[in-house]
Design a protein. Structure first.
Length: 400
């Protein structure tokens, strides 16, 4: 049985839940066409910013920090500004994009003045945008605050824009909010048809030799595949509370990552870093992985799996705090590294004559099994009668 990737977002029919987020990869009609060719369900065009200074990006503007093995293990540190196009040129490129592709093209705008928000929104609607994202949280724009608090500003600007156009409006929320749930409910009440959870984090890296910020001397967008868990938490919290669509954003490198967001209630999943680093072909790869997953689990459509994990997220009182497992070392697999011994702050992994032993005080925390690279440590269930006072006498070999 082949699952259908088709879904709905903002009242629009999409052939896939994968939406390409606004960045250089969606700046022109030609690049938007490449998104469609590789299976994107929709595209958010690179943000058009009212301040002209935001249309000029420094060079270089991308760094990969903390690189490990493979492209999944890095931080994408970037200072890519808004679209190079001013309002009229942006609207013209939007019209060109709408003629080129059949998938929805969502415009994205960032303004500083209330009048500009309304004028730019109406201009994008006239140019044929299927929907509109309002970007009130660009990680490296000027201070765009119109009042004393960003959270109140987000709600007010959302209401202004939503009342000025007939196309669906989506509020792109920053990740650094005091109460994301209150803000999300606020923009829903203000007329938004969807929210993006979240925009990129603002980060900083410093060169210790020059004692100055790296690359361009300022803060920058800070994200990558490592960042998925924070938006996952908030999509899971918000999806039962909201009647509007949620576009999840952050840390998606594979179909499995996208599935996680769908399982906690996202309507669609936005991807950006994956395309920037791997190319547009990653879109079709993610689609194929979602299709394979749905087939293995007998899901015929995306709606059947959406939100399934939400009811399984336990609250504070429901977490089972009984001690049910303990660690066990397989001496045949141990590679003598000693990592478990050094990491066990409980002091329950001890050296003996043959290697290591785990004492009866093992709390079952699981850290040693996670640290062990050779698979020598496993977490095993306690017997019904076990009190935890017996000593596990299955040692590994003593590390260096």
């Amino acid at each position: 049985m082949r699952a259908h990737l088709s879904t709905t977002y903002l009242g629009m029919d999409l052939k896939s839940p994968i939406v390409v987020a606004p960045a250089g990869i969606t700046e022109t009609a030609e690049r938007i066409g490449r998104c469609e060719e590789h299976g994107a369900g929709a595209v958010v065009m690179k943000t058009m910013a009212e301040p002209e200074i935001m249309r000029q990006s420094p060079t270089p503007r991308f760094r990969l920090l903390k690189k490990g093995k493979g492209l999944r293990h890095f931080v994408l540190y970037s200072y890519e500004q808004a679209s190079q196009f001013g309002p009229e040129a942006y609207a013209a490129e939007l019209e060109k994009s709408r003629k080129r592709v059949t998938i929805p093209v969502i415009a994205s705008i960032a303004c500083t003045k209330e009048r500009s928000w309304i004028e730019m929104a109406q201009m994008m609607e006239s140019a044929g945008a299927n929907a509109l994202e309002i970007n009130l949280s660009c990680p490296h724009g000027p201070d765009m605050s119109l009042d004393s608090g960003i959270e109140a500003r987000i709600t007010r600007i959302t209401g202004l824009v939503a009342s000025a156009v007939k196309i669906p409006v989506v509020a792109k929320l920053p990740s650094q909010l005091t109460d994301p749930s209150a803000v999300a409910k606020g923009v829903q009440e203000a007329g938004a048809k969807g929210v993006v959870i979240f925009n990129r984090l603002v980060g900083l890296d410093v060169d210790v030799e020059s004692q100055a910020p790296i690359m361009h001397g300022a803060f920058a967008g800070h994200g990558g595949y490592w960042s998925i868990h924070y938006p996952l938490r908030w999509v899971a919290e918000l999806s039962p509370l909201l009647a509007i669509d949620i576009a999840a954003s952050g840390g998606v490198a594979s179909g499995e990552d996208a599935i996680k967001f769908l399982l906690v209630g996202a309507s669609v999943v936005q991807i950006c870093t994956a395309v920037i680093v791997n190319g547009y072909g990653i879109i079709s790869q993610i689609n194929a992985e979602i299709t394979d997953y749905a087939a293995r689990h007998n899901f015929r459509s995306m709606s059947e799996l959406r939100g399934l994990a939400c009811d399984r997220v336990l609250g504070l009182q429901a977490v089972d705090r009984r001690r049910k497992v303990r660690a066990r070392i397989d001496g045949e697999k141990c590679n003598h590294c000693g990592a478990c011994y050094r990491a066990c702050f409980h002091g329950t992994i001890v050296p003996d004559r043959e290697g290591y032993a785990i004492t009866s005080d093992c709390t079952g925390c699981g850290l040693c099994a996670e640290i062990c690279d050779c698979g020598a440590i496993s977490m095993v269930p306690l017997s019904g009668a076990e009190t935890g006072r017996e000593t596990d006498s299955q040692p590994g070999r003593l590390g260096n």
